[in-house]
Design a protein around this ligand. Structure first.
Ligand SMILES: [Mg+2]
Length: 215
């Protein structure tokens, strides 16, 4: 890994789900189950159809919510409260990750397709409170989800972030396309590496990756 690639990085943008906690903690599974239940009740469909729609909208729009808003005029606020009403005790604080994020020079932000209040709860449960200059959710992007350029545009404008001096950490490779095109350094955080022109680095261990970068 080329540490020099990050020498001029002065802003660090972290996705939340399956990035700031490992997917093995299975927090997002709980959200998916609640999304399916919410779709069943809101659209009066059975579980099979709700699961199909949830996956279809996620694939087409980047989030299930964006599809529900586009096709069913769904009100996002009660949806976001409901699907994030989950058990956070599956998350464990990570002191090592905390120390490494804390050592990153410059601005540190979280940007998720979930809601900002939810993101703050996850950050707290991982023992990462107080490290981030800002936490942005989908509501800060006018409910436009990553990977849409409009979503990144709204959040980065709000933050005053200069993409050319910033790095983005994400588990969903789609969400690194726009950051790459904006001139950010992209880090794919996932168990499996993926060869793609818009991905500069891959790691299956965020904490270890940051440690090497800080050396
Ligand atoms: Mg994620």
């Amino acid at each position: 890994m080329q540490t020099e690639n990050f020498r001029d990085t002065r802003a660090w943008v972290f996705d939340l789900d399956n990035t700031l906690y490992p997917s093995e903690m299975r927090l997002f599974d709980q959200i998916e189950a609640r999304m399916t239940a919410y779709v069943m009740q809101a659209l009066k469909v059975d579980e099979t159809e709700a699961t199909r729609l949830r996956r279809k909208y996620w694939a087409e729009y980047g989030t299930t919510l964006a599809g529900l808003m586009a096709h069913h005029d769904l009100d996002p606020e009660p949806y976001l409260v409901d699907v994030h009403d989950i058990d956070f005790s599956v998350l464990r604080p990570d002191a090592e990750l905390r120390a490494r994020i804390k050592a990153l020079p410059g601005r540190r932000i979280v940007y998720t397709n979930g809601s900002a209040p939810y993101a703050r709860r996850v950050v707290e449960a991982r023992g990462l409170s107080g490290l981030f200059d800002a936490v942005y959710g989908i509501e800060d992007a006018g409910y436009h989800p990553k990977p849409q350029a409009e979503a990144f545009g709204q959040v980065f404008r709000r933050d005053g972030l200069e993409p050319a001096g910033a790095a983005m950490f994400e588990d969903d490779p789609r969400n690194l396309l726009v950051p790459h095109d904006l001139g950010m350094r992209t880090v794919h955080v996932a168990p499996q590496a993926l060869k793609a022109a818009h991905i500069h680095h891959h790691t299956d261990d965020l904490s270890g990756f940051l440690a090497r970068l800080l050396r």
